[in-house]
Design a binder for this molecule. Structure first.
Ligand code: HEM
Length: 144
């Protein structure tokens, strides 16, 4: 088990991802829904920074290490495959949203309305990836 300061990295990543999800939901409910875009943007920057760190530094290298093992038995490892695919989709949608809003200055209400379904899709895929990540963690470190 790889560790930092005696703490397994998987545990640290899980805690960071729980914090990321809380900030995401707070940014959505108190920022976007109440039109406090300052709070919403701060939440998004935090989420993007921490999430890119956990996925880029830890999850993607681990996924590549496990690829052949995972594909050798896709039925048994269904949750890993779905987690990785849905996770990539969630990140891709998030980046797409950031690019759309960076390309347009200000916060045009029309654009906000048009991108709403995309935002829900991003949040939904994010939550699915998170739940499967927690399931994976429990199977790997707690239940077995
Ligand atoms: C919204 C996107 C994502 C979320 C919310 C998420 C969340 C999580 C969580 C909570 C864990 C459990 C913590 C752990 O065991 O380290 C986990 C594990 C993992 N995730 Fe993700 N993840 C996402 C995207 C991805 C992507 C894109 C990949 C790679 C293609 C990936 C690969 C992995 C791997 C390999 C593990 C197991 C790491 C280990 O061995 O401990 N994840 N994820």
């Amino acid at each position: 088990m790889q560790q930092i300061f005696g703490i397994p990295i998987s545990y640290i990543v899980l805690i960071l991802e729980v914090i990321v999800l809380i900030v995401l939901v707070v940014g959505w409910t108190y920022g976007a829904r109440r039109k406090d875009f300052n709070l919403h943007h701060k939440a998004v920057y935090f989420v993007v920074l921490v999430h890119m760190l956990t996925v880029g530094v830890w999850m993607i290298p681990r996924a590549l290490e496990r690829l052949s093992l995972m594909l050798a038995n896709p039925i048994m490892n269904w949750y890993q495959i779905v987690h990785d695919i849905v996770g990539i989709l969630a990140i891709g949608l998030g980046v797409l949203l950031v690019v759309i809003f960076l390309a347009r200055s200000g916060m045009p209400v029309k654009l906000l309305k048009q991108t709403r379904p995309l935002m829900f899709l991003t949040l939904g895929t994010w939550i699915i990836a998170f739940v499967l990540g927690v399931y994976w963690f429990l199977l790997a470190w707690v239940l077995i």
